[in-house]
Ligand binder design. Structure first.
Ligand code: ADP
Length: 397
């Protein structure tokens, strides 16, 4: 009847509105992260340039260390926001491979080691799990461990203890990684919601309250669980991650393969298109120091001009340019080049999976999210250089 139909229509409209609002929020998060990330790149590049200067005094190196650490922290917060957006949309993708949980746990411990020393904490480990090989995304698994250890550090004051233990469960099909501290503890009424996004036991700690929510979602995506317990305020906290392990106790042979560095290639000619002047300048200086031949442009129109007299091997371009899109620029330049032999690297502040997919399907070899870690760009360029070299050798035959 009529009232029933009206109710259904209203419910459908409300649902559509809610979905539109959600989509708008995701777009906003992506935009926000872009705007927040962009200014971080030139800061990191300038730090790298100063650090490379042999005349840089040691005291200044310490300051540079502070700048670089804090910029990276900022980037981490932005990444967390993006992760939460991805998790909420079910769009977080894992790159699964066989890993040894202890390797990743050791990496996480190593990252935290300077902080342990600086904060005068006592760290003990007992990595006793026998079965520890599992199918996991190594970066994400390390993120889970790092997050718990980092929280233990954050909420424990000088003289406190942190104890990291691993064990195989009695039935033999799970590894448990336990991070226990003697710090601030968590009041019982807060415990049930501690893994919810934006939840904090006290507002004084800084941070966004996203770490544990991401930790839980990542653990569950790996088929595991995470739990917290605490004796209450200032009685310390214990977090336990439980993950399914492979029944074979040894690491599959594939893991033992030595890492091969891509061979050194001849210097490449690079057309760098970036409208953020500071980012462009610092990147150009870093590239020239590595013997690349670099020409710069700040827009599509300028890039087309430069391309008339400069033949180049690789286009490194920002995706969002003042007069258009880097993807179109790449396709345009490819179409105009004599043999179509141009490689592309996309730079952008958009780290959403769709953005990365879009550039890769447009033919870019790599998509680098800002802030650009120069070593990463350098690796990508070296890889392209090696490809080009092989191609030239084949043509010479
Ligand atoms: P953030 O640390 O950014 O606030 P998290 O999601 O990592 O976000 O943690 C949420 C809250 O859980 C923290 O604000 C803190 O109140 C509590 N918490 C997490 N780990 C610990 C710990 N080891 N000891 C005491 N409290 C903790």
């Amino acid at each position: 009847d009529i009232t029933e139909r009206k109710r259904t229509e209203e419910a459908l409209r409300a649902q559509a509105e809610a979905e539109a609002a959600n989509a708008a929020k995701d777009r906003f998060l992506a935009m926000l992260s872009h705007e927040l990330r962009t200014p971080l790149s030139p800061v990191l590049h300038s730090v790298a340039l100063l650090n490379e200067d042999p005349n840089c005094p040691p005291s200044m190196r310490q300051d540079l260390e502070v700048i670089s650490r804090n910029v990276q922290l900022e980037a981490r917060l932005i990444d967390d926001l993006l992760d939460v957006a991805r998790i909420r949309n079910g769009k977080l993708e894992l790159q699964m491979q066989w890993v040894d949980a202890h390797d990743l746990l050791r990496n996480a411990l190593q990252i935290c080691a300077p902080e342990v020393r600086a904060r005068k904490l006592v760290m003990t480990t007992d990595l006793g799990a026998e079965k520890r090989v599992l199918l996991a995304d190594p970066a994400r698994l390390q993120q889970i461990f790092w997050n718990l250890i980092n929280n233990a550090l954050k909420f424990t004051s000088a003289g406190g203890e942190i104890n990291v233990v691993t064990r195989t469960t009695p039935e033999g099909n799970h590894i448990e990684v336990e991070v226990a501290d003697t710090g601030a503890g968590i009041p019982p009424e807060k415990l049930p919601r501690i893994f919810d996004a934006f939840e904090q036991a006290s507002k004084s700690s800084g941070g966004l309250g996203l770490g544990l929510a991401i930790c839980k979602a990542l653990t569950e995506l790996h088929g595991g669980t995470v739990a917290a317990r605490s004796g209450g305020s200032s009685r310390g906290s214990t977090f336990v991650v439980s993950l399914p392990v492979n029944s074979a106790a040894t690491v599959p042979a594939a893991l033992d393969l030595p890492q091969v560095d891509p061979p050194e290639a001849t210097p490449l000619r690079v057309l760098l298109v970036e409208d953020h002047q500071d980012t462009a300048d610092t990147l150009q200086r870093l590239l020239i120091r590595r013997n690349y031949k670099v020409e710069m442009a700040g827009s599509i129109a300028a890039a087309m001009e430069v391309a008339k007299h400069f033949s180049f091997d690789v286009l490194v371009t920002d995706i969002g340019l003042p007069d258009g899109n880097g993807v179109e620029l790449f396709q345009d330049l490819k179409g105009r080049s004599a043999n179509g032999e141009i490689y592309g690297i996309a730079l952008s502040g958009f780290g959403m999976d769709e953005d990365i997919d879009r550039s890769l399907s447009a033919g870019f070899e790599h998509h680098i999210t800002k802030p650009i870690e120069f070593a990463h760009l350098h690796r990508c360029l070296k890889e392209i250089g090696a490809k080009l070299e092989t191609k030239r050798e084949l043509q010479a035959v």
